[in-house]
Design a binder for this molecule. Structure first.
Ligand code: DX5
Ligand code: ZN
Length: 221
């Protein structure tokens, strides 16, 4: 069985109590904190930046996975690294020099990854597999929590799983958008090993009950 990781997205947390929220979700079994950064330019929503990453850092020991939905990305990458990010991902459309941005993330001591929107082709992977620690497949269009899983993402996850296996490299395969207890196993069967879930976890009163239910679904894959 692969190592499965559950990554609650703070997008659906109570921002007025963010420290407590991330502590609670880690105590409930989260493996990673997924940190959604939006700029009202690349995506039609505006969220949080390095200051907030820095503020939650002392509250959690698990990795912080910064998902950049901003354009451009290079100037802010070192700031997120300083703010305690462990993983930084960006969308290929947001960088003019993808190879350079991936290297910049690694030079700042973080794991680096690319994110693919539902309509973004996978050919961006052709020449950078050796610079990737993680590949994130969006199963919704980025910008908002609480949207429905787009089924076409499953085929894409399977195609990326094939590329990762062929490469022989240790690259995480993350899926983001509309993941819940009812469909997490399907995403795992397609080849995902890391599962972002915002509304499915922070939208419920008992975080541990949801994470346990997700793990029991994954145990049956
Ligand atoms: C969407 C974000 C997601 C979002 C997921 O643009 O990247 O991480 O928070 O939320 P749910 O799990 O509610 O679809
Ligand atoms: Zn995200």
């Amino acid at each position: 069985m692969p190592t499965y990781r559950i990554a609650p997205s703070i997008l659906s947390a109570d921002f007025a109590r963010l420290g407590e929220e991330v502590r609670n979700v880690v105590a409930a079994g989260a493996d990673i904190i997924h940190f959604d950064v939006m700029d009202n330019h690349y995506v039609p929503n505006l969220t949080v930046g390095p200051l907030v990453c820095d503020a939650i850092r002392p509250h959690v020991q698990v990795p912080i996975d910064v998902h950049l939905m901003i354009k451009p990305v290079d100037r802010i990458i070192p700031d997120f690294a300083k703010a305690g990010a462990n993983i930084i991902t960006f969308h290929p459309e947001t960088s003019d020099h993808i190879d350079r941005s991936l290297q910049l993330i690694r030079d700042n001591g973080c794991k680096a990854g690319l994110v693919f929107n539902p309509a973004t082709p996978l050919h961006y992977l052709d020449h950078v597999m050796d610079k990737l620690d993680i590949i994130l497949i969006m199963s919704v269009n980025p910008g908002f929590g609480g949207q429905s899983f787009i089924p076409g993402a499953l085929k894409k996850i399977a195609a990326v799983r094939h590329r990762i296996d062929e490469s022989g490299r240790d690259i995480m395969l993350e899926v983001d958008g509309g993941i819940k207890v009812e469909n997490i196993a399907e995403a795992a069967r397609a080849g995902a090993d890391t599962f972002v879930a915002g509304s499915a976890i922070f939208g419920k009163p008992d975080y541990k009950a949801v994470i346990d239910a997700m793990r029991s679904q994954l145990a049956q894959v």
